[in-house]
Design a binder for this molecule. Structure first.
Ligand code: NAD
Ligand code: ZN
Length: 363
């Protein structure tokens, strides 16, 4: 058993509390990882608020981390102690019908089809003050050590800087993959990206890499625009400064609406605006933002009748993450993209709550 620090959410609506926890050794088929760096994704904030479905408390959140294998359980063959890895919040069991389908990355062992508050044998490896603490999406990266199933671990290049590539665990892969895999953005096309956080800026990078000729970035926080432009946005719009609804403005700017629109915020109104912003015939709108559990959206069915496509994506569409992660990290090492620009602050672990304040303040 390892004693180390972890940030525990004891109940919804409370700040995290950095505690000393016990982390049990990995059982058969499991891997214990020393987490070296973790990002903060807005989905962690949903978990703190209690607005994500299927989360049980107390829980150790965090799902965008990178680390080094500390030890392995019986039967683990794909990783060894000392190797650099990224734990996967969408695993790749390799056996379910979705893993077998090249078009999907949505392993049936993902949190949405099977709650992952405990490890597959229905026990936890975390405890604190005599209480069992739940896992989060199996990865719980807000802990100095975490235990995950082998099929939720991706091996990466030993040269990878863990304080940068942790972003591949969620935000970068999600946004970049939404453009490349889910929307399949074509060269010369027009795109609109709603929300310019870590996810939305990664969508901008994906649209640019796919050869889009117009990338319109939309956010109510104008401080996000400089970075969006640096990453490839051709236009930046603040909907609060418009006299007309954003969908009307985007439609006028592009003639018929954009070819691809993306919602990376997590609000009903912007999901509908993004849908209405893509062209009525061949337009594709990708929903990435996470709505509070229990939310419902109602739309005019005519929006879809004429041919628009509305789809969602989790962790970047059809990556097979155990294999694709090492390729993504190698491309990063070859400088094919620069998610480093997404890193605004680097804080010591004890200041994790300050990190959430910066996220909520749009910084
Ligand atoms: P973030 O908080 O860093 O960014 C959100 C951005 O949206 C901010 O820049 C904010 O100013 C902007 N915004 C807020 N309200 C707006 C409005 N009304 N109009 C325009 N812009 C607005 O968040 P993030 O970490 O980038 O995550 C974005 C969303 O994606 C969250 O809902 C998160 O839960 C979700 N997410 C989904 C997946 C997935 O796999 N589908 C993965 C990661 C994150
Ligand atoms: Zn995330």
């Amino acid at each position: 058993v390892i004693r180390c620090r972890a940030a525990v959410a004891w109940a919804p609506g409370k700040p995290l509390s950095v505690e000393e926890v016990e982390v049990a050794p990995p059982k058969a088929g499991e891997v214990r990882i020393k987490i070296v760096a973790t990002g903060i994704c807005h989905t962690d904030d949903h978990a703190l608020k209690g607005s994500l479905p299927n989360v049980e408390y107390p829980v150790i959140p965090g799902h965008e981390g990178a680390g080094i294998v500390e030890s392995i359980g019986e039967g683990v063959t794909s990783v060894k102690p000392g190797q650099k890895v990224i734990p996967l919040c969408v695993p790749q069991c390799g056996e379910c019908s979705f893993c077998q389908n090249p078009e999907s990355n949505f392993c049936q062992k993902s949190h949405i089809s099977e709650p992952q508050n405990l490890l597959p044998d229905k026990t936890s490896r975390f405890s604190c003050k005599g209480k069992q603490i739940h896992h989060f999406l199996w990865v719980s990266t807000f802990a100095e050590y975490t235990v995950v199933p082998e099929y939720a671990v991706a091996k990466i290049d030993a040269a990878a800087p863990l304080d940068k590539v942790c972003l591949f665990g969620c935000g970068f892969s999600t946004g970049y993959g939404a453009a490349i895999n889910t929307a399949k953005v074509k060269p010369g096309s027009s795109c609109a990206v709603f929300g310019l956080g870590g996810v939305g800026l990664s969508v901008v990078m994906g649209c640019k890499a796919a050869g889009a000729s117009r990338i319109i970035a939309v956010d109510i926080n104008k401080d996000k625009f400089a970075k969006a432009k640096e990453l490839g946005a051709t236009d930046c719009i603040n909907p609060r400064e418009l006299k007309k609804p954003i969908q009307e403005v985007l439609t006028e700017m592009t003639g018929q609406g954009v070819d691809y629109s993306f919602e990376a915020i997590g609000r009903e109104d912007t999901m509908i605006a993004a849908l209405a912003s893509c062209n009525m015939s061949t337009g594709v709108c990708v929903m990435i933002g996470v709505l509070d559990s229990g939310s419902e959206i109602s739309i005019d069915p005519m929006l879809l009748m004429t041919g628009r496509t509305w789809k969602g994506t989790v962790l970047g569409g059809s990556w097979k993450m155990r294999e694709c992660m090492s390729q993504l990290v190698s491309s990063y090492l070859e400088k094919k993209f620069s998610p480093d620009l997404l890193i605004t602050h680097t804080l010591p672990f004890a200041k994790v709550n300050e990190g959430f304040e910066l996220l909520r303040a749009g910084k």
